[in-house]
Design a protein around this ligand. Structure first.
Ligand code: ACM
Length: 264
């Protein structure tokens, strides 16, 4: 199958223009799955919860979700897209999952990073794996990478591919995702953004770009630049992620020593 990502450069708060630009970047792309960055339509650095509530939208009934559902239907692709989600008076840092048949599901970021804790409610949904047709997609959002239990749980739940909408500000994630893929024999698509935001005094954020696709052997199939918008699609073989053996005697899931681990 083919899968890939959009690496964007949103302007904070310009939701309609940011979505227009991303739809332009998606136009004509042929793939079974395309991943968009975290908070791709709003930008990242909210001044507070009230501002986030104003820009956030319901999933799946908000205007941005509806536009993505229409695009997925017309281009016959699945999309995973990071959105600020409004649910009543609560805001989540969420990801929408849609397929050619319409809305599939959503995930709410479990591990909030730094100032996100002042803006968003932590996720209250299980770590999801969705069958989108050509593959089973597990979803995690940005800083979730720093907790290896997240990717492991998605692999145990049957993910072939981890879709990883991101707004990376720490430098380590692109390399760390290689290890997440090696540990679990999954593909991972990290969709990041570029640019800077400095909306909060004393807190200038530079996003590191380097969106990438990594395979179950830890090979980086493609890594984007640190500073340019880009859409990239690559070919993968899903069957490789379904074989957890690294040699005849070592299976990464069956070989775990649950009798020795401490997980809580
Ligand atoms: C992050 O989780 N967006 C750093």
């Amino acid at each position: 199958m083919k899968l890939g990502f959009v690496q964007n450069h949103p302007v904070f708060g310009n939701v309609r223009e940011n979505v227009d630009r991303t739809l332009e970047m998606l136009a004509g792309q042929e793939a079974g799955l395309i991943v968009l960055p975290e908070l791709f339509s709003t930008g990242y650095q909210f001044a507070g919860r009230e501002e986030a509530l104003e820009l956030a939208e319901p999933i799946p009934d908000g205007p941005t979700a509806r536009r993505l559902i229409d695009l997925a239907r017309s281009q016959k692709t699945a999309l995973v897209a990071g959105l600020a989600e409004r649910d009543g008076k609560t805001v989540y840092n969420s990801a929408l999952v849609v397929g050619a048949q319409g809305y599939i599901g959503k995930y709410r970021k479990a591990h909030l990073f730094d100032a996100e804790n002042d803006v968003f409610q932590p996720g209250d949904l299980p770590l999801p794996v969705f069958d989108v047709g050509p593959c089973r997609v597990g979803v995690m959002i940005c800083f979730d990478w720093r907790f290896p239990e997240t990717a492991r749980t998605l692999a145990l739940n049957g993910a072939d591919v981890i879709a990883h909408p991101s707004n990376l500000v720490l430098p380590h994630c692109p390399q760390a995702m290689i290890t997440r893929c090696l540990e679990n024999r999954v593909y991972a698509v990290t969709a990041d953004r570029v640019g800077t935001e400095a909306r909060v005094p004393g807190e200038s954020l530079k996003f590191v770009g380097q969106s990438q696709v990594v395979d179950p052997d830890g090979q980086v199939l493609y890594r984007a630049s640190v500073d340019r918008e880009e859409t990239k699609i690559v070919e993968i073989d899903v069957a490789r992620a379904r074989n957890k053996k690294i040699n005849p005697r070592n299976d990464l899931l069956a070989g775990r020593r649950l009798d020795l681990y401490r997980l809580n």
